[in-house]
Design a protein around this ligand. Structure first.
Ligand code: DP6
Length: 332
């Protein structure tokens, strides 16, 4: 009997400059570079065991065995790893999502990054950050950025080899930042990020405008990070999110991830700013709003938000670390 085990923990990340659209669906090559902040509040821990005694892949999420449809997605990703490692062993995957509430905040970024790390460790694949980032990308694009702590940029590249994330030197700027999650209660019907971005690339009249302006947004974000310029980073973060969400309105058929509650949270952020409190919002493929604020203003923004949202709708996160891979265990 051969048994190989690996274990990894990866943290989720939120894009400040969004990834939105694929140039290659199969390899998950993006249309544009993106830039993110890894956070400490949400992470996934995954153990992978490959064994000659298993006759199929099994996927447990938060201790529940998942159905075939969900397991097939994990199996396809494991196939990439088995192919690289020239292994035909089936696996048992055990993932725990650590999220402060059960409000749909579990992320594919932390999940796929942890899976890439744990499975690579088990089968003895290279564990250099660049290799892990390339591999995690094949599971979910945004996962390639969760290999790193703090700020990371996903360089889009034009091939499997050249598309991966790199850390952005920041002189510790991320330590000055908070991101407050506003978990809204009126969840919309889901359009997955995968389907939403594809529909947008294929049909949105606004997509070319999105692509044309990403390079200048990235340049502004990089400069803001280098100069520890919070206002400039906040402005470009909010602008990138608004533009990304704008593209969905011109898709065919059109859609939006925003709900009435999302708009209420966005309006509050604008109001706080008008009152002199620097904070900026971003949203991903769902209605929850994430507010970027300096740590020194976190408690003020939180207490103002508490006048409008309940305490369990508000979660403050800070910069988080890169992936942690626990050592490989082999049993003969
Ligand atoms: C809006 O990484 O979830 O969060 O590559 O299809 O798995 P796939 O998509 P995913 O998309 C994330 C989109 C986003 C923006 C971002 O994280 O950059």
């Amino acid at each position: 009997m051969h048994m190989y085990k690996g274990h990894a923990r990866a943290y989720t990340n939120i894009a400040l400059i969004k990834y939105w659209g694929k140039a290659d669906q199969q390899l998950i090559l993006p249309m544009n570079n993106s830039l993110s902040l890894t956070l400490d509040a949400f992470y996934t821990e995954t153990s992978v065991t490959f064994s000659s005694t298993f006759s199929e892949d099994q996927f447990y999420l938060d201790n529940h065995l998942q159905d075939r449809e969900t397991t097939v997605k994990v199996s396809r990703f494991l196939d990439l790893i088995r192919e690289k490692a020239q292994s035909q062993l089936f696996a048992k995957v055990d993932s725990q999502n650590f999220v402060p509430t059960a409000a749909g905040l579990a992320s594919s970024a932390s999940g796929l990054a942890a899976l890439a790390g744990a499975a690579s460790a088990a089968l003895g694949l290279p564990l250099e950050e660049k290799e892990l980032s390339r591999l995690a990308r094949r599971g979910s694009g945004s996962a390639c950025r969760s290999i790193y702590g703090g700020f990371a940029e996903w360089e889009k590249g034009d091939s499997d080899d050249s598309s991966y994330a790199v850390p952005i030197p920041s002189n510790g700027f991320e330590e000055e930042l908070s991101m407050i999650f506003v978990v809204v209660n009126d969840q919309q019907k889901d359009v997955s990020s995968r389907d939403g971005m594809q529909r947008t690339v294929e049909t949105s009249a606004f997509y070319d405008g999105w692509l044309a302006t990403v390079p200048q947004d990235l340049a502004k974000a990089r400069t803001a990070i280098a100069n520890k310029d919070f206002q400039s980073l906040g402005e470009v973060t909010e602008a990138s999110a608004l533009k990304m969400h704008g593209t969905t309105l011109a898709a065919v058929p059109p859609f939006t991830y925003w709900s009435a509650e999302s708009m209420r949270a966005m309006a509050l952020v604008r109001q706080f700013r008008n009152e002199g409190l620097a904070c900026y919002f971003t949203l991903d493929a769902g209605p929850n709003v994430k507010i970027l604020v300096e740590k020194k203003n976190e408690s003020t923004v939180l207490s103002k938000l508490q006048e409008h949202f309940s305490a369990d709708q508000l979660i403050a996160a800070h910069a988080g670390p890169g992936i942690k891979i626990m050592t490989k265990e082999v049993e003969a």
